[in-house]
Design a protein around this ligand. Structure first.
Ligand SMILES: Cc1cc2nc3c(=O)[nH]c(=O)nc-3n(C[C@H](O)[C@H](O)[C@H](O)COP(=O)(O)OP(=O)(O)OC[C@H]3O[C@@H](n4cnc5c(N)ncnc54)[C@H](O)[C@@H]3O)c2cc1C
Length: 410
């Protein structure tokens, strides 16, 4: 008999969220993460900030981790979208949608710590950390895993393996799964800056000829900057003095937030689209970036991964309630059918935005500016787009509707 019902490889934000979502279910779960545990007072190499959608906030509410995250999360009350140097712009306002906020700008580190804490309280979840999955073999009744835990090699068995091991997933590589890939020829330089005339709660997405520039509101008048640039500019942007970097950013973004200053450490991420053709295989599911790595325009990657988590937890909960094997092909097929549409639509939308707005050709420029102006004038179109970006479109899992998972046996 398998030692675990579910083994999750990768305890990043997506894998950690799935483990947390399974904490009340009658399942034996292991989470394997190669990075060591991070203490709350330890400086973090990861200063990323995530624009969490309203749907994701509801999911975190259902997992019970939101109260620990809320104090450092800044609500997004309105969004200003524009095409730099051209007339097209559009505004989205949360009052029009009748919601508390479109989403929340949240440090990745705060979410990571809240998830780690929630797992400490879960008796059915064993966290192996630092531990690395070295190899796995799939059989008819389960999956055998070879793991390096500290200086030891361990062998474990599970009914279902969940690959949440990120964009360079070694599980995906080992199985030689087919991936559709596109290199955007762009890097995202991320940092935070202080604005002397902040607009509380207003996020900016400005499309420029090298890619989108996002300024996301944070507490205390700071803004998280996601600056998409050509790789030839990246080293320059990273090595500029603070004063020269801010001057360059100010020239790029303008003066809507007054004078910008005090940039934090800068980091660069190369941008690629990676979509695995099939997210389920025998006794295996790929979720989060292992299944779909997206361009960060409109901040959809983690939000999409968290909807995978909510749907998979619900499917596994249903299987457990009916006494079914967690890795049964029918359970995985139900999950894949449910998630396919959202995964494909979200990937298509972000890919289109990322490609369309860098085309310098005049007819395309005019068309997209008309598109933005049209969006500004058409409430119905704005409403559809806002629902999608808030993660409230389509057939939503219980957690994304603010409901707990059903845990009773039938
Ligand atoms: C610049 C930028 C801005 C972004 N902004 C947003 C945003 O505003 N909103 C949003 O929704 N998304 C955003 N995203 C996307 C978001 O960051 C990712 O979608 C999300 O972090 C992916 O999480 P993950 O857990 O799937 O993968 P990862 O974070 O890559 O985690 C994978 C984990 O697996 C572990 N691992 C890998 N291999 C093994 C192994 N063999 N054994 C054990 N452990 C292993 C790794 O250590 C890691 O912790 C942004 C991305 C970028 C680049």
């Amino acid at each position: 008999m398998a030692e675990f019902d579910v083994v999750i490889v990768g305890g990043g934000l997506v894998g950690g969220s799935l483990a947390s979502a399974l904490h009340d279910l009658p399942l034996r779960v292991a989470l394997i993460e190669s990075a060591p545990v991070r203490a709350s007072n330890q400086p973090s190499p990861d200063e990323r900030v995530i624009a969490l959608s309203l749907g994701s906030r509801r999911i975190f509410g259902g997992l019970g981790v939101w109260p620990a995250i809320a104090p450092v999360a800044e609500p997004i009350l309105s969004v200003h979208v524009s095409d730099r140097g051209h007339c097209g712009f559009s505004r989205l306002d949360r009052r029009e949608e009748g919601v508390e906020a479109f989403g929340y700008v949240t440090p990745a580190r705060a979410m990571d710590l809240a998830l780690q804490e929630s797992l400490e309280q879960a008796p059915n979840i064993q966290t192996l950390r630092p531990a690395r999955l070295l190899d796995h073999r799939v059989g008819a009744d389960g999956v055998e895993l070879d793991i390096q835990v500290g200086g030891e090699r361990r062998h474990v068995t599970t009914r279902l393996l969940v690959a949440a091991d990120g964009g360079d997933s070694s599980v995906r590589e080992r199985l030689g799964l087919q991936v559709d890939e596109h290199d955007y020829g762009q890097d995202a330089v991320i940092t935070t800056v202080l604005a002397d005339r902040p607009h509380p709660g207003r996020a900016f997405e400005r499309f420029t000829d090298t890619g989108p520039l996002a300024m996301l509101p944070m507490p205390g008048g700071r803004y998280s900057v996601v600056w998409t640039c050509r790789p030839t500019e990246t080293t320059g942007l990273l090595s500029l003095t603070e004063a020269d970097f801010v001057a360059r950013l100010q020239a790029r973004f303008g003066w809507r937030l007054g004078r910008l200053s005090a940039p934090s450490r800068r980091q660069a991420h190369p941008l690629k689209l990676k979509l695995v053709r099939e997210t389920i295989h025998e006794r295996l599911v790929l979720i989060g970036n292992a299944a779909h790595t997206l361009h960060p325009v409109a901040g959809q990657g983690f939000n999409l991964g968290l909807r995978d988590v909510a749907a998979l937890a619900e499917a596994l909960g249903e299987a457990a309630r009916h006494g079914r094997d967690a890795g049964a092909s029918s359970t995985l097929a139900d999950y894949a059918r449910w998630r396919g549409r959202d995964q494909a639509d979200t990937a298509r939308l972000t890919d289109t935005l990322a490609r369309l707005f860098v085309v310098p050709w005049r007819p395309v420029r005019i068309a997209r500016n008309l598109g933005l102006l049209g969006l500004d004038l058409l409430p119905a179109a704005r409403h559809r787009l806002a629902r999608r970006f808030m993660g409230l479109d389509g057939s939503l899992p219980r957690l994304a509707r603010g409901l707990p998972l059903e845990t009773r046996h039938v």
